[in-house]
Design a protein around this ligand. Structure first.
Ligand code: C2E
Ligand code: CA
Ligand code: CA
Length: 772
């Protein structure tokens, strides 16, 4: 799980980083191309409204406006009028006089002389306008500099500036070059900030343009009593008629003309030099901030950080502007939007993707995830199969399946060396092992097997799990094929009593053959290809052979010996099990009769498929095989596997009871592989319990196996049942069983399954040995 999510997260983070870098690049593009201007300005206008404040009143505009034109005549006027304005301004006590329009027109020499005289006589310093214009067609530059006779008595100022795409003027230059002539901007001169050549300053539009004192040129020329308004103030004379002057957009207000821009610029500078930060610093700051925020583990903090950044972007400029610092935030805002939307999208697609790929109970990635989440290179695919998962899961306390699976996956994690564990249905797990690790695979799987020998505790109970592993190493094939193969191998391992198995491709042909073989099974019985082997059972209490288990054999004319595990299962599936069992029973009774008739008390055990319990007719079959025989029915014992027995229906249980009532013994086979409870053991009419050989074979070395065998013996004895240990292969095991008071043993140590004549011989030899 961890590996899976971290892998997935890494992938997403990589995607996240892509989004960040792309977002940054796009935002820089937005910044460089000033694509955000309209939005930026709208926001700026909003902020300005909030911060709106009045002008100082120290700068007065005299406008040559529609009213003045009406009274004086159409612009351009004679310079006499301009001279008259200067005179009147002096009379009203103006501090300085600034012209916001050029005075370079060719006029008659008397007109020029009159104006020059007014300049000369002026007490207030007069600043004439020097600017350049770029003619629209051809881009020729036209410098508009007042003639020398004016310049002798006046200084120069400029009102050149750049306007944006929507006629907005964001900033003013401190000075410009008009031809070869460096000229300071009006605003800079008014505010006395003329020492910043070749740079610009932003205009503070939060100064309400309507609060700048305004006098119409017609009033000034009419000499209306203006002293109160003008005395000691700086005056800018400008054209204020949209027929005469270009229009500019006063941010958040209305269109206006150059003179107001100049006045606003002057008002801005008066309060101190503003600092223009541009868009790059704040963009980089936000980028870095998101980069760090992304590293924060806590989801809530990570997500809320974006909100914080957003709020900062909205609040910060307002605060900064009030301190004279101007920031362009749109590229940063754009970046934050891309980043937020991007990460939302990633998260969304992630949860969407993860939703279908996680097992809801355990939180482990499922098989869809296995298919989706590719592992590069060659690897072995391991399937772990918990054979009794379903049985256990159905008996678990409510809501504890998650804990149960967690226990399993924790154990499996010991052998997966950090590889992601994927969970399928019903106790199936997969993981991948890189080819380099194949050498240690066997060790890992044995270790896992050993770990699973300890029961899994859930709630108050402990559950024994029967786990097998299958391995597919053929990286060439499709993943689905490999999954089936690994599972098949695991099942194969289970069936042959091994812990794990490699997938063997020849197995497939075998499966195909298995099907065809069924047709032959019927004939096989008739042709004598089927026969029964008998494995002796030793009674430890009397130290004598008191019976045998009948084990069916098939010697195929071309295939040779076929394992009963293969064809019994097939026979069950295809309804040949009646015929087969009847055959085995009949052979067994013949053998038992032989010994009993010759004075040797001899019981015969026959394996009974659970199929025969599920269908009616078992008693009839037994009646049939016993008919015409003198053998006592008590000589027959039927072995029913534990799993078959506990999962059997009430009908099956009744059949068992009926058989028991006929005097036939019942033995619980493969005891320990299922999950019978004491309650069940009491209910089942079994007189014998056969401990599965998987517990017996390792008895000497495994503590838990020893405990299991010992407690089974005690339990069975307390219920009056006989205990048989099967699969005894060595003397140590035999001794241990004897010490534990096991009643009977069966296994290679005593004798292998053998043919009737061989068993006869074996019995004689054994009796002789014992007698000696
Ligand atoms: P089972 O009933 O558990 O039979 C015991 C199996 O363990 C037999 O395998 C036997 O040969 C083997 N065995 C006995 N002693 C030892 C030992 O010391 N060590 C080892 N490693 N194995 C030992 P077999 O004959 O291959 O039979 C396999 C299974 O096939 C049986 O398991 C039983 O479930 C089924 N089977 C056999 N004959 C019949 C039959 O006539 N009818 C039905 N329904 N099933 C049968
Ligand atoms: Ca058996
Ligand atoms: Ca058995």
């Amino acid at each position: 799980m961890f590996a899976y999510t971290t892998e997935k997260l890494k992938l997403l983070l990589r995607k996240g980083r892509h989004i960040m870098v792309w977002g940054l690049l796009l935002s820089m593009l937005v910044g460089v191309l000033e694509l955000g201007t309209p939005v930026e300005e709208a926001m700026q206008a909003g902020r300005n409204k909030l911060r709106s404040h009045a002008a100082s009143g120290e700068i007065i505009i005299v406008g040559i406006d529609a009213l003045a034109e009406e009274e004086i005549g159409e612009w351009p006027w004679s310079y006499d009028k301009l001279a008259h304005m200067i005179e009147n301004l002096n009379k009203a006590g103006a501090k300085r006089i600034f012209f916001d329009f050029p005075t370079n027109a060719r006029k008659s020499s008397s007109e020029n002389a009159g104006f020059a005289k007014a300049l000369k006589d002026s007490n207030a310093q007069v600043y004439l306008n020097a600017r350049f214009d770029v003619t629209k067609a051809g881009g020729n530059v036209q410098n508009k500099i007042p003639p020398g006779i004016f310049r002798k008595h006046a200084k120069l100022v400029s009102n050149n500036f750049r306007s944006g795409p929507f006629k907005t003027v964001e900033s003013l230059p401190y000075n410009v070059m008009v031809g070869d002539l460096p000229v300071d901007n009006i605003a800079a001169v008014i505010a006395g900030e003329t020492d910043s050549p070749f740079s610009v300053f932003p205009i503070d539009y939060s100064i309400d343009v309507n609060t700048i004192p305004y006098i119409s040129a017609s009033d000034l020329l009419a000499e209306n009593n203006l002293r109160d308004q003008i005395f000691g103030k700086d005056v800018i004379i400008g054209l204020n008629n949209t027929n005469l002057s270009q229009e500019y957009w006063i941010l958040g207000k209305s269109y206006s003309v150059s003179v107001f821009i100049s006045a606003l610029g002057a008002e801005t500078l008066r309060t101190g030099k503003p600092i223009e930060f541009g868009w790059l610093p704040i963009l980089l700051i936000i980028y870095t901030a998101t980069w760090f925020a992304n590293k924060i583990k806590q989801k809530i903090i990570r997500r809320s950080s974006k909100l914080t950044f957003l709020a900062t972007l909205f609040i910060l400029p307002g605060i900064a502007e009030s301190q004279g610092v101007f920031i362009t935030i749109l590229p940063a805002l754009f970046y934050l939007t891309v980043f937020t939307v991007g990460s939302f999208w990633i998260r969304h697609s992630r949860s969407y993707k993860l939703r279908g790929t996680i097992n809801e109970i355990s939180g482990l990635p499922n098989l869809t995830a296995l298919r989706e989440f590719d592992m590069p290179g060659e690897y072995a695919l391991i399937a772990a199969r918990i054979q009794n998962f379903v049985e256990v899961a159905t008996t678990l306390p409510a809501n504890s399946e998650g804990a149960f699976v967690k226990q399993i996956s924790n154990r499996l994690a010991f052998g997966t060396s950090g590889e992601t564990l994927f969970q399928g249905d019903e106790g199936i797990f997969f993981w991948r092992v890189p080819t380099e690790q194949r050498d240690i695979l066997a060790d890992q799987l044995s270790a896992l097997q050993a770990i699973f020998r300890n029961p899994v505790p859930v709630g108050d109970s402990r559950y024994d799990l029967d786990i097998c592993f299958g391995i597919d190493v053929d990286s060439e094939r499709s993943l689905s094929n490999r999954m089936s193969s690994a599972l098949l191998a695991a099942q194969g391992a289970h069936e042959s009593g091994e812990h794990w198995k490699f997938y063997d491709p020849s197995h497939q042909q075998e499966t195909a053959w298995k099907l065809s073989m069924l047709g032959e099974l019927d004939d096989a019985i008739d042709n004598g290809e089927l026969w029964v082997a008998f494995q002796p059972k030793l009674d430890l209490r009397t130290n004598s052979i008191t019976g045998a288990e009948a084990l069916v054999r098939w010697t195929h004319p071309t295939k040779g010996d076929i394992s009963p595990e293969d064809f019994v299962l097939a026979a069950e599936k295809h309804n040949r099990i009646h015929k087969l069992t009847e055959f085995v029973l009949s052979e067994s009774l013949t053998l038992a009769h032989h010994f009993n008739a010759s004075g040797i008390a001899f019981d015969i055990a026959v394996n009974l498929s659970s199929r025969l319990l599920d269908q009616p007719g078992l008693s009839e079959m037994i009646d049939r095989v016993f008919s015409g025989r003198t053998l006592s029915r008590t000589r027959l014992m039927l072995e029913v596997t534990e799993t078959a027995a506990i999962s059997s229906s009430d009908d099956a249980m009744q059949q068992l009871q009926a058989v028991r009532a006929m005097g036939i013994g019942i033995s619980i086979d493969d005891y320990g592989t299922g999950f019978s409870t004491l309650d069940y053991l009491k209910k089942c009419p079994a007189g014998e319990v056969k401990i599965d050989r998987s517990f017996v074979s390792n008895l000497v070395h495994s503590n838990s196996d020893r405990i299991m065998v010992n407690s089974t013996i005690e339990l069975a004895h307390s219920l009056g049942q006989v205990v048989v240990a099967e699969g005894v292969e060595d003397k140590q095991t035999l001794k241990a069983l004897r010490d534990m008071k096991c009643d009977m043993v069966q296994g290679y140590l005593i004798g292998r399954p053998m043919q009737f004549p061989a068993l006869q011989k074996f019995m004689q030899e054994f009796a002789g040995k014992n007698a000696a």
